[in-house]
Design a binder for this molecule. Structure first.
Ligand code: SF4
Length: 99
């Protein structure tokens, strides 16, 4: 039997314009990271409602290998928050290792 690792939860998302946000992020799992910043790659503006009301989203993958919480392109933070930053929806828990 394979041990399940807990993925970090999206504790708070204030991006109300996203289809997955209805009283918090309701996507099953999100992906963080674009080439130049910690953008939420799952963010989508659409008339469709996304996700499942009873779920709290988790971070499925993160491409920001320069973040101190990132190990092997997976987030190891206990939880993250998402809000408008450089872009409409960014990971606010991102901490560059090079400061
Ligand atoms: S805290 Fe760092 S590793 Fe975790 S999702 Fe945000 S940018 Fe990625």
């Amino acid at each position: 039997m394979t041990a399940m690792m807990e993925m970090p939860r999206v504790q708070e998302c204030t991006v109300t314009g996203c289809s997955y946000n209805h009283d918090g992020c309701r996507a099953f799992a999100i992906t963080i990271g674009s080439l130049n910043h910690a953008h939420c790659d799952t963010f989508v503006e659409s008339p469709l409602k996304g996700g499942i009301d009873t779920l709290v989203a988790q971070v499925g993958a993160c491409k920001r290998d320069d973040c101190r919480h990132n190990l092997e392109l997976e987030c190891r933070a206990p939880a993250i928050t998402v809000a408008a930053g450089q872009d409409m929806a960014d990971c606010m828990t991102y901490e560059p290792t090079t400061i």
